[in-house]
Ligand binder design. Structure first.
Ligand SMILES: NC(=O)C1=CN([C@@H]2O[C@H](COP(=O)(O)OP(=O)(O)OC[C@H]3O[C@@H](n4cnc5c(N)ncnc54)[C@H](OP(=O)(O)O)[C@@H]3O)[C@@H](O)[C@H]2O)C=CC1
Ligand SMILES: O=C(O)C1=N[C@H](C(=O)O)C[C@H](O)C1
Length: 267
């Protein structure tokens, strides 16, 4: 039987890409899609919305019905909306694939509670390349001492609302894990003015925004006399959408729990 996959935030940049990817994946069908009341695309056919063949399902506001009827729901929306969606996943026990970034402690707590009742995959970046880069960064940070300063630079399109990006913070967490420290204790999320010299062991972040950049990340290990860099450049949102659909197929029918992309990808 086909895997029925729904999309909340279906009219968004990622939402449309997700619809097209579900339709193009053998064994998967679009179960439905939602947006908030007032969205101008409400009532439109989801296939048409994604620029593909009509899907015979229209965009609605009923996320409760979507979570009830889908095997898995893909969520690339906004933090408050994602917390509400996680509670719906818990209510219906169906898989929830979360790509939303900018989540703070209260939303994370709601997601963790929901994961006791539904399988939830949570990842700030669903591409294979970035998840491999995270593993490499962890290994490098483990091998190199604090004579190697770690700095993370990211650039995204002008519409992005959170900073640093979820991926940059994920790369930072991987580096901190490799060093055996918590990211919160060493993160320098921005710098301005007379900052004083760099504190040994800090992990620094720099954020660039502009144009239509899909997503670029660079982790720099800088020592006296040499530098190592691990970089990833996304040129299409299709890489995130493919990862999300893969996660949906993987998570369908799994026991409740909070899973990461490395579980899905077997890394
Ligand atoms: N993990 C990953 O691999 C990736 C993660 N992302 C993350 O995904 C998120 C979305 O990115 P992007 O697609 O560019 O953003 P968009 O703003 O284009 O899309 C988000 C969509 O969600 C909608 N939405 C907000 N609240 C609700 C709600 N309560 N119910 C239904 N829909 C809702 C928005 O509607 P409205 O316009 O009304 O607010 C909008 O249409 C961001 O957090 C981004 O960082 C992006 C790419 C990859
Ligand atoms: O908002 C985006 O576009 C992206 N957000 C994610 C993030 O915050 O890391 C992933 C990707 O880089 C695109």
């Amino acid at each position: 039987m086909a895997t029925r996959i729904g999309v909340v935030g279906a009219a968004g940049r990622m939402g449309r890409m997700l619809l097209a990817t579900i339709a193009a994946t053998p064994g998967c069908v679009i179960a439905g899609g939602t947006e908030r009341p007032g969205n101008p695309a409400l009532g439109q056919d989801l296939g048409k919305l994604a620029g593909i063949e009509p899907a015979g399902v229209v965009l609605t506001t009923d996320s409760d019905a979507l979570f009830a009827g889908a095997d898995a729901v893909l969520d690339f929306t906004a933090p408050a909306a994602t917390a509400t969606h996680a509670s719906l996943a818990a209510k219906h026990g169906h898989a929830h694939i979360i790509g939303t970034t900018g989540l703070e402690a209260p939303e994370r707590a709601t997601i963790e509670a929901a994961a006791k009742r539904a399988p939830i995959v949570l990842a700030p970046n669903m591409s294979l390349g970035v998840n491999l880069a995270m593993l490499l960064v962890e290994q490098m940070a483990k091998a190199l001492d604090t004579d190697w300063d770690i700095e993370i630079v990211e650039m995204h399109h002008r519409h992005k609302v959170d900073a640093p990006s979820g991926t940059a913070l994920g790369l930072g967490r991987a580096a901190a894990k490799g060093r055996g420290v918590s990211l919160d204790s060493v993160a320098q999320r921005s710098r301005d003015g007379i900052t004083g010299e760099r504190r040994k062991g800090d992990i620094g972040f720099a954020t660039l925004r502009g144009g239509d950049v899909v997503g670029e990340h660079r982790v720099i290990f800088a020592a006296e006399g040499e530098r190592i860099e691990i970089g990833h450049i996304a040129t299409s949102r299709a890489i995130f959408a493919r990862g999300a659909v893969k996660a949906a197929i993987w998570a369908q029918g799994k026991p409740p729990g909070l899973y990461a992309m490395k579980d899905v990808l077997g890394l």
